[in-house]
Design a protein around this ligand. Structure first.
Ligand SMILES: CC(C)(COP(=O)(O)OP(=O)(O)OC[C@H]1O[C@@H](n2cnc3c(N)ncnc32)[C@H](O)[C@@H]1OP(=O)(O)O)[C@@H](O)C(=O)NCCC(=O)NCCS
Length: 215
């Protein structure tokens, strides 16, 4: 479903369009999700299924509770990330010796309408998006820009504990790929720092990924 060379070597990944229920959860995960509504519970269960698939490949199959501001709480030595759209759910995990932190996001193309752009994008992002003549391409790239910000947020938060809003990072598309520039200091990451972003279109869905290599 996702080409095997999309994620760098050493990153475990698992994606599915199937939905899972609470039977895939540990008792602790079942307890913490007992008040979730139906959609949230289905996302959580499917996400934990994907996450556990990845972490088990790294030797950890225990509970994955919900940490600060919703991040998945992993044991030290493992970094992981999960995302769900209505269609696709996926997770990635890696040893922190290889990647200090990783983040993924999945979005459905076309759900980032032009009327939302000012909430999601900086002026230069909007100028760039407006300059794309093809409507389909504009929809694909605007969804990728938004998704990259979410993936970047999920990558940086476990390291910085900093909430960043959607105007605190700016995405550009260069001939070599997508770049994410931080417009604020965030912990050890500094304003102006640039990170690589990876984008894969999978049918109606876009999958994005950011990684901070190990030291
Ligand atoms: C947290 C957020 C990124 C989640 O994205 P989403 O598209 O709503 O939902 P997704 O399905 O893609 O991801 C949900 C998963 O993100 C993970 N997540 C939630 N908060 C997180 C955090 N602070 N750090 C890392 N991962 C987090 C969780 O694993 C969650 O799944 P789970 O609850 O089943 O474990 C989003 O809701 C949000 O708050 N965004 C605003 C901040 C932002 O994006 N800023 C961009 C700045 S560059």
């Amino acid at each position: 479903m996702i080409p095997s060379d999309f994620f760098p070597k050493g990153i475990k990944h698992y994606f599915t369009t199937e939905k899972h229920g609470p039977d895939v959860l540990s008792q602790a995960e079942r307890d913490l999700s007992s008040r979730f509504g139906a959609r949230r519970l289905s996302d959580f269960c499917t996400g934990r299924y994907c996450l556990r698939y990845c972490t088990t490949a790294l030797g950890f199959s225990g509970d994955i509770p919900v940490g600060e501001r919703g991040m998945p709480l992993l044991p030290s030595g493992i970094t992981a990330s999960v995302s769900h759209s209505r269609v696709l759910c996926g997770a990635v995990a890696a040893p922190t010796s290889l990647y200090r932190s990783i983040g993924i996001d999945v979005e459905t193309v076309g759900r980032v309408g032009g009327d939302m752009w000012h909430l999601l994008f900086t002026d230069s992002e909007m100028d760039f998006l407006r300059s794309i003549p093809s409507e389909l391409e504009r929809e694909m790239i605007s969804t990728a820009f938004f998704s990259l910000k979410e993936a970047f947020y999920k990558m940086q938060f476990p390291l910085t504990s900093k909430y960043l809003d959607l105007h605190d990072a700016e995405v550009t598309l260069s001939p070599n790929g997508y770049l994410i520039r931080l417009l604020e200091d965030a912990g050890e990451m500094t304003m102006g720092q640039i990170f690589d972003g990876n984008v894969h279109y999978n049918g109606t869905e876009v999958v994005t990924f950011c990684a901070l290599p190990g030291l």
